[in-house]
Design a protein around this ligand. Structure first.
Ligand SMILES: CSCCC(=O)C(=O)COP(=O)(O)O
Ligand SMILES: [Zn+2]
Length: 202
């Protein structure tokens, strides 16, 4: 099971790396391994996530601390992943920093959310109505991670979702790795489209 989950997460990591979504060691990923007790594999902190090594991930528990002896440090943002696994049935969490998601988070930061509509790709979130609306909440980039995690948790109410952290990045989750990656790609499509549209409109 654990090896299978490792391979799944490694495959997602490889694909996101191919998109160049791990600039300057940014980003962190996780995948649930077991429910009772909760354990999940999370990326080790501070590494270049474009590289593939046997030390890319470590197993952590419900408190975000290593579940077994290791010299590896879990992602500095593991507590955000903890909130998702503790509050929902999500199976995978993906966090990336891109220029487009940062620009959108800054442009709409004061509004506290960005709202997308009239976009075919919104169907990726399971919203099939013609006038469907997809909202991504935006939270401030608080440096103290337990505080950030508490603010983040206010927007974690479903088994799938997305939250922008202002001038930082986006965290997306879904029931499994396939769904989380699909949601992340759709969010990035929307952010990228919207940045270009804003530029054209100026
Ligand atoms: C230069 S990236 C700053 C930290 C961050 O936001 C991030 O996503 C990566 O941190 P981690 O501890 O998961 O490597
Ligand atoms: Zn980050």
């Amino acid at each position: 099971m654990r090896q299978q989950k490792w391979n799944e997460l490694a495959e997602v990591k490889r694909e996101l790396a191919e998109r160049d979504w791990f600039m300057a060691t940014s980003g962190n990923l996780s995948i649930k391994v077991s429910d009772e007790p909760l354990t999940f594999l999370v990326t080790a902190s501070g590494k270049d996530k474009r590289k593939e090594t046997a030390e890319d991930f470590l197993l952590v528990g419900a408190d975000g601390k290593p579940a077994e002896a290791t010299h590896l440090k879990p992602s500095a943002e593991t507590l955000l992943h903890v909130e998702i696994y503790n509050k929902t049935n999500a199976g995978c969490v993906l966090h990336v920093h891109t220029v487009d998601n940062n620009v959108i988070s800054e442009w709409y930061g004061d509004k506290g959310e960005v709202v997308f509509t009239n976009q075919e790709i919104i169907k990726a979130f399971g919203l099939w109505e013609e006038d469907a609306v997809f909202r991504i909440p935006i939270i401030p980039n608080v440096a103290h991670i337990p505080t950030l995690a508490r603010m983040f948790a206010e927007h974690v109410n479903d088994d799938a979702g997305a939250v922008l952290i202002r001038n930082h990045g986006i965290t997306v989750w879904g029931k499994d790795a396939f769904e989380a990656k699909k949601f992340l790609e759709a969010c990035e499509f929307l952010c990228s489209y919207h940045v270009k549209l804003l530029l054209f409109k100026r």
